[in-house]
Design a protein around this ligand. Sequence first.
Ligand SMILES: [Zn+2]
Length: 265
Amino acid sequence: MMTEPLLIIGAAILGLFAGAFVNARIMRTKDSMAFTTNRACAVCATPLKHKEMLPVVGYLAVKGRCKRCTAVIPWQYPATEAVIAVLFALFAARILFHFELPVFVGPGDEILLFVRDALTTLVLIMVFMFDYRASVIPDRVTIPGMVIVIICNILLGMPVADLLLGGLVLGGFFAAQFLISRGRWVGGGDVRMGMLMGFLLGPILGIVALFISYVSGSIIGVMLLTSGKRKIDSHVPFGTFLALATVICMFFGDHLLNWYLGLFS
Ligand SMILES: [Zn+2]
């Protein structure tokens, strides 16, 4: 059938517009914590034309600069839109070709699974960007994310014990650190992010995702230290690594786990 490529392209286009929405919500603002719809240049406040609000194309059409004040538009705008488009396309392809789907997903669940994966992608991208830009994992992103994930996973047939245990183990992992360090090592946002990951992935893949976060976070942290770009006491935006590892585990969690366990057998 020729419908698969069309559906994948459709998912990518949907992702581009979802990315433009994310940019309007969190990027195109002077205050990196603002969360309002902004359809104007962040520097001179000139309202954007419809053409300029088009994802990626709008950025290319104005050659990456505001027409009025010539302020450079950060490359992160089109990059965010492109990354979301690629992830939407990959999630659609994964479902269409039945690649590594969660074991509890049955026939007829395809659309619901795509809805879950697409909305989760937006939540994770927002966590990634908020933590990278403002060193905060906001509850107004993770709490709606948890609600979406819990509803979708229950409707998809994930065993409720896995769902609850996932949230408990990963949330508990960060809650314990929060209590021991009196909030110095991790913040409350990390606890909520851990719960979100656990509800999404369940306890086993959730732990795999934690493991990937810590390994990749350490490697990149050491690279930044040795290159002199960061000081030893500067904040590491760990939420960015958690978000990245969660996406990786949504695709390859079982593969990575089997490979890792195979090392010891
Ligand atoms: Zn401007």
